[in-house]
Design a protein around this ligand. Structure first.
Ligand code: NAD
Length: 344
């Protein structure tokens, strides 16, 4: 087994994280880095990596089999096309491109050259998402009819290219890509209806958050929300099924899964005082009506991203992240920009 020789293009936050945390040495051999910033170049040299002086030098080096693109979003297309044309296999960070038109240009070159082009939709492996996927697939809380997926922070948009429209900044193109990818990958049904709104609380030229409502043809409704001015967070996930509900607070999987039991034999709830009134509707269910448990991790039943990439390149395996899936996500994002009036 010979690891694939890689060069990382863009050795900032995510590019260096790939090298440090994600790339398994048995599959991937990082031989160098190309980055336009002196700081990033110094960081790469300190790690013992070769630093290339230009993209052309990377692409003309026969030792380089593949590149990872981890530069700002607006530069993905040009780098990806140049790398594919130079005969390199490519992993590209998300969002794969600024819009579907750009993506189609990349995919046409990937098809023409026959080289592998895979997008790093890594949050399909997130433990919290895997729990939701398990609930969806096993029906442990009955058929799901509402899925709420949120990420909330209070630090605003990280202050660099992510604040600028020309670089593909904003939260829809940042976190939105992950959260939309998770749901479109999970729910095997087309989106029938959507509504959306952006927030500009911090006065940036790009969205500092958004809310997206999706209704799927199979009846499932989803809310996807990203906020960067949320000093108190809502749970990462809240999902409702016909026989229960689940709440996952954060990436540590704190939360609860509540399952309705023995629906027929359950005693009706007794009215409780609520504020200055009385309610039976909002009274907690009687003790026998539900069982509450902690959220337990679900082990992934598929190979890791890099193992899959290796197998696609070396053994002609099927990619886990498929072009049509990535395109569907970007098309939906394009549609949201039009819907909120940010694009024609
Ligand atoms: P960053 O600003 O930390 O790093 C980007 C690096 O690219 C910088 O070092 C910069 O100097 C370099 N660069 C810019 N233009 C370049 C060019 N033309 N050629 C070579 N180098 C260039 O940004 P980041 O947070 O690392 O994000 C990079 C990409 O990774 C983005 O597309 C982002 O959406 C993605 N990302 C993905 C995840 C994930 O979980 N999948 C997480 C964070 C970022």
């Amino acid at each position: 087994m010979t690891a694939i020789n890689f060069v990382i293009i863009g050795y900032g936050g995510m590019g260096s994280y790939h090298k440090k945390e994600l790339m398994p040495e048995n599959y991937i051999n990082v031989i160098g880095v190309y980055d336009i910033s002196q700081t990033a170049q110094d960081k790469a040299r300190e790690t013992g990596l070769k630093v290339y002086d230009s993209l052309d030098l990377v692409l003309s080096d026969d030792d380089v089999e593949a590149v990872l693109i981890a530069t700002p979003n607006d530069s993905h297309k040009a780098i990806a096309i140049a790398a594919l044309r130079a005969g390199k296999q490519v992993i590209c960070e998300k969002p794969v491109a600024m819009n579907v038109l750009e993506l189609d240009e990349i995919l046409a070159v990937a098809k023409a050259t026959g080289n592998v082009f895979m997008v790093h939709q890594n949050r399909r492996w997130d433990p919290d998402f895997l729990v939701i996927r398990d609930l969806y697939q096993t029906g442990k809380i009955g058929e799901l009819f509402q899925i709420e997926s949120r990420v909330h922070g209070a630090n605003g948009i990280p202050g660099d290219w992510r604040e600028q429209a020309k670089h593909g900044g904003g939260m829809l193109l940042d976190w939105g890509v992950h959260l939309i990818d998770q749901l479109l990958w999970l729910i095997d049904s087309p989106v029938k209806h959507m509504a959306a709104d952006f927030s500009y609380i911090l006065g940036n030229e790009v969205d500092d958050g958004f809310i997206l409502y999706l209704t799927f043809e199979n009846g499932i409704k989803a809310i996807i929300e990203v906020g960067t001015s949320n000093y108190s967070k809502l749970p990462r996930w809240y999902v409702k099924g016909l026989d229960g509900a689940a709440k996952i607070e954060d990436w540590d999987l704190s939360g609860e899964i509540v399952v309705a039991t023995n629906k027929e034999g359950v005693v009706a709830p007794t009215p409780i005082k609520a504020g200055v009134g009385l309610t039976k509707t909002m009274a907690p269910p009687s003790e026998e009506a539900t069982v509450t448990s902690d959220v337990t991790p679900v082990l992934p039943d598929f190979v890791s991203f890099y193992q899959n990439f290796y197998e696609v390149v070396r053994e002609d395996a099927q990619p886990i992240i498929k072009h049509e899936e990535v395109r569907k996500v970007l098309q939906l994002i394009d549609d949201v920009f039009v819907l909120v009036g940010e694009r024609k």
